[in-house]
Design a protein around this ligand. Structure first.
Ligand code: NAP
Length: 280
């Protein structure tokens, strides 16, 4: 608990509904870890109240905000400046202050790139399955990494075409995605996620044999059907929790200049999500 003599720095997340966001757990743990007088709150803000919330950010001096669905595009008109990444993705997931100006950033890109950077030899060809916000962050990240051939594939072709137009990547028809399953395949759909999609994979059965790397942005469960199939076929796998942790690390760095420790931070998240270990 911060000392009452030290002003508490206010941070939080907005979205609607917020559900069981892991962000308060992780960022509050981070403040405790570094002995910083910060508190991170969860603010469920309805779609029509974004303007009011952005006024509150300025009036109350809120120092940092995580922005999640459905507000990632709506907040863009209320910031003073935007980073190149946020412009490229067309979405802001982080608000922070620099020199008196309120900035919008997209740390989903840094979060997506982080585990690929750690892996080292990223394949030269990639297929991103999905056409929503996560797919846009993935394509922006792959572009930054210099992946030579990037394809997108989405159930609704018109949404994939938007990515083709915005990022200059290739497009694969939904029915043909198995033919392009070499190199890296990224699942940017909810297929495989706990609940009604849990038993499903973004790739047809038997189509993951030629994969070098399978990257699932879904992080609950830890091992999705897609990752299990790909691992069994000999591919390297990257679970979605790595991206979630990476985007939070980038936010915490922007707000505090401190680097959330990977081993302890991931253990905290894994304990909260999957009941693993003791989270120490
Ligand atoms: P979104 O904007 O709602 O997009 C969802 C995409 O999935 C759409 O392209 C949609 O296709 C496709 N889709 C949904 N249900 C499908 C189905 N039954 N069959 C085929 N395609 C389907 O969501 P998002 O924000 O991009 O998130 C996508 C996934 O990434 C979610 O599982 C989310 O949890 C995960 N995610 C993870 C992280 C992380 O940090 N690890 C960060 C962001 C998102 P249509 O266009 O045809 O509807």
């Amino acid at each position: 608990m911060p000392s009452p003599l030290i002003p508490t720095r206010l941070f939080g997340i907005i979205g609607h509904p917020l559900g069981h966001s892991l962000s308060p757990l992780l960022h509050n743990w981070g403040f405790g870890h570094f002995g910083l007088p910060g508190v991170y709150m969860a603010w469920p803000v309805a779609a029509g109240r974004v303007a009011d919330f952005m006024t509150a950010v300025r009036v109350l001096g809120i120092e940092g905000v995580s922005v999640t669905i459905p507000h990632k595009a709506a907040v863009m008109e209320y910031v003073d400046e935007m980073t190149d990444r946020a412009r490229a993705v067309g979405a802001v997931n982080t608000l922070f202050w620099r020199d008196g100006k309120l900035w919008g950033e997209n740390t989903d890109v840094a979060g997506f790139v982080a585990p690929l950077g750690e892996m080292g030899d990223v394949p030269g060809t990639a297929l991103v399955v999905g056409g929503g916000g996560a797919a846009r962050a993935a394509v922006a990240g792959l572009t930054e990494l210099g992946v030579a051939e990037i394809f997108v594939c989405n159930r609704t072709a018109a949404k994939a075409e938007v990515l083709v137009r915005d990022f200059g990547v290739g497009c694969v028809a939904w029915e043909k995605r198995a033919d392009h399953a070499g190199g890296l395949v990224v699942n940017a759909t909810p297929l495989g996620m706990l609940g009604k999609n849990e038993g499903l994979s973004p790739m047809p059965p038997g189509s993951v044999g030629a994969l070098a790397v399978a990257y699932d942005l879904v992080y609950n469960p830890h091992e999705t059907v897609f990752l299990r199939d790909a691992a069994a076929a000999g591919a390297r796998v990257i679970p979605g929790l790595a991206m979630f942790f990476g985007q939070a690390v980038a936010q915490f760095r922007l707000w505090t200049g401190c680097e959330l420790p990977t081993v302890a931070g991931m253990a905290l998240l894994r304990k909260a999500l999957y009941g693993e270990g003791d989270g120490a």
